[in-house]
Design a protein around this ligand. Structure first.
Ligand code: PLP
Length: 386
């Protein structure tokens, strides 16, 4: 069977491939430590699960409006308004099965063949994949380790052409664990306004912040009307399998994006949405505990990695990823990741899975127990020193 040509332009997310490979080794009896997948290892907080169960009992098992239940959209709008200090309207909120469809639909709705889109590199691999799938040209916006994974604004300016349509940003960043400084955000906002660009701001890790105050690009004047905020419940509330995400869209995108939903998934699961209302309005104590635990684990992983000769690990400010440089071990990042898994059972990702500028790095998800992280450090240390 011959696939459509566009399928050649669709990439993937290596985390899912390495997870499958590691699970295969596990089934063969190997003791695996999973540091490859970006998923909280906590259960969904009980109050949220109970709200989901009650919703099932109450009959929330049918279709609902494509952009989501109005109660949830209102709850999300007030959450976005208070976390970003902006004035978000519930009519501009669209609920989707996970945050990923927001990228998919936004790029699908806006990018024509030949349009150029700047995306963070190293960065979440689905951005590049989706831009290319939709016929756009993916232009890597390089993040520099020596600038705390910030951008070179002169370089970004030089990458803008009359075909540039969109800039994608992601802060806190996967895989770097970095946040974009206010200076970088402001410079990007000015570029977007000067060249009439749309910004897709992936803020899915907003609440997983270990230092400082959260800053969204929408804080700058006139940015709300040209920014799509992507956010969701997967990371903050350990709800990856509930498939719950959302976007805040400028007015003229609400109808086209809702139409894309009607044409594809119809709507987001009704009982998941009821659980989401509880996630936003109910107690935040479990979610806050998770953030505190991730911070403690970050400290274990960073100090452990930095004690190994040849590994240099910057301190992540948010999300649950460390992105150390391993070049001085004499191994490429791909050799490092692949041999580490087959020889020691520690599964992690090579930096190039996040774009060419991830070369020389590996990504470690510290969404795993303190014991497993310490054991992983022991195994990595023996592997590097052998
Ligand atoms: N954005 C980033 C940067 C991510 O790392 C992820 C998940 O790994 C997502 C979006 C999408 O998550 P979900 O579709 O589970 O909401």
């Amino acid at each position: 069977m011959k696939l459509a040509e566009r399928m050649n332009r669709l990439g993937t997310e290596t985390a899912f491939e390495i997870l499958a490979k590691a699970q295969k080794l596990e089934a063969q009896g190997m003791d695996i430590i999973h540091l490859e997948i970006g998923e909280p290892d906590f259960p969904t907080p009980e109050n949220i699960t109970n709200a989901g169960k009650k919703a099932l009992d109450d009959g929330y098992t049918s279709y609902n409006p494509s952009p989501g239940f109005s109660d949830l959209r209102e709850a999300i709008a007030s959450e976005i308004s208070s976390s970003r200090a902006i004035d978000a309207n519930s009519e501009n909120v669209i609920v989707t099965p996970g945050g990923k469809p927001i990228m998919f639909f936004a790029i699908m709705a806006l990018i024509d063949r030949g349009d150029e889109v700047l995306y963070p590199n190293p960065g979440f691999p689905i951005y590049e994949s989706m831009i290319q799938f939709c016929g756009g040209t993916a232009v890597p916006m390089r993040l520099y380790p020596d600038k705390d994974f910030g951008i070179d604004i002169n370089e970004v300016n030089s990458q803008i052409t009359d075909k540039t349509k969109m800039i994608i940003i992601n802060s806190p960043n996967n895989p770097c664990g970095s946040i974009l400084s206010k200076t970088d955000l402001e410079a990007l906002a000015n570029i977007a306004k000067k060249h009439d660009l749309i910004v897709l701001s992936d803020e899915i890790y907003i609440r997983l912040l270990f230092e400082g105050q959260y800053q969204s690009i929408t804080m700058f004047p006139d940015m709300l009307e040209r920014t799509i905020i992507l956010d969701g419940f997967s990371k903050t509330y350990a709800m990856t399998g509930w498939r719950l995400g959302y976007g805040l869209f400028p007015d003229n995108l609400v109808e086209p994006i809702s139409r894309l939903i009607t044409n594809s998934v119809s709507c987001t699961a009704s009982f998941s949405q009821m659980a989401a209302i509880e996630a936003i309005k109910g107690s935040q104590s479990e979610s806050n505990k998770m953030v505190a635990e991730f911070k403690a684990r970050r400290d274990i992983i960073v100090s452990g990695l930095n004690s190994i000769p040849g590994i240099e690990c910057p301190v992540p400010k948010g999300a649950f990823y460390a992105f150390p440089n391993v070049e001085k071990t004499g191994m490429s990042s791909q050799e490092f990741a692949s041999n580490l898994l087959s020889e020691t059972g520690v599964a992690l990702l090579d930096g190039e899975s996040f774009g060419q500028y991830g070369k020389g790095h590996i990504r470690i998800s510290f969404a795993n127990s303190r014991e497993n992280l310490s054991e992983a450090i022991n195994r990595i240390s023996k592997f590097v020193n052998k």
